[in-house]
Design a protein around this ligand. Sequence first.
Ligand code: RB5
Length: 145
Amino acid sequence: MKIGIGSDHGGFELKEHIREYLENNNIEYVDYGTKSKDSVDYPDFGKAVAEGVMAGEVDRGIVVCGTGIGISIVANKVKGIRCALCSDTYSARMSMEHNNANMLALGGRVLGIDLALEIVEVWLKSEFQGGRHERRVKKISDIDC
Ligand code: RB5
């Protein structure tokens, strides 16, 4: 599984921790930036990761801004993206099992590093359950058409 990661300056520090986590766990990734703490605009990075997911460059995406709100809104504007903003591990697991979320958003100024990495780990290890959830997720996709 290859993961796309991206953030603005507000999420940069957490994004770097996520990058380190992926490296330590031999998980392939593409870093779509940003590459420093300099002020940038979160839509540029949310869009880049979301488009990377939809183009098949990566299988799933993780995006971070200060709150996670702006960058999740951006990601969800890209057709086919289901980006879940999570602050707890239960929601992270459900976002995959029930909603088949192909992107995870986190708030770099909201979460502690340890909790954020636990959320990432749970989300990466979770799988879509299909079944009745398939029908519901399809209804989401139908809105894109
Ligand atoms: C940047 O200051 C901040 O607005 C951004 O990181 C994010 O929280 C937006 O939703």
